[in-house]
Design a protein around this ligand. Sequence first.
Ligand SMILES: Nc1nc2c(c(=O)[nH]1)N[C@H]1C(S)=C(S)[C@@H](COP(=O)(O)O)O[C@H]1N2
Ligand SMILES: [Mo]
Length: 158
Amino acid sequence: MRQVWPYRLAVPGLRLLTGGALAAEKVAMNGPDGVTVTLDAARLSALPATEAVTSYRSSKGIETGIYKGVLLWDLLQAEGFVDQDHKSALRHTLLATAGDGHQVAYSIGEIAPDFGNRPIMLAYEMNGEPIADGLRMVVPGDLRGARHIKDIVTLDYR
Ligand SMILES: Nc1nc2c(c(=O)[nH]1)N[C@H]1C(S)=C(S)[C@@H](COP(=O)(O)O)O[C@H]1N2
Ligand SMILES: [Mo]
């Protein structure tokens, strides 16, 4: 499923500032061997879109959202970051860092289809609207919200 128009509205990192100006903001994904990939519209639109509904507990109560984005697994595969040998692949993690310093590590073992198979996704749209404060991780099945890290600035594959 590919919906071009909502995706284009949700160009990652385009943030609506007060006053209506658009500021370009992108996520830097640092891979093995010093490779850095800038996640922009062109890169994410080349990947299949996926949707998920999540409900998690936060200090404000239960938060439910319908998200659209790309599976972390698909993204890492597309960039060629994940080792083909599963035993060496399983050593790795992806560390997400947000603008406010919140950090969360996800492991290759939890997202790999042959292992944990968790459909963790990098989302650019929530409830049919572009996410105003940048890209966010969505972790279907988590009971609490902390791993739904918002306003991601960097992703470090380690
Ligand atoms: N960047 C960033 N993302 C974050 C947090 C944070 O402090 N900074 N808190 C997390 C926690 S603990 C929760 S419960 C949810 C709350 O998000 P919401 O109330 O907007 O649904 O955001 C998560 N994502
Ligand atoms: Mo939380």
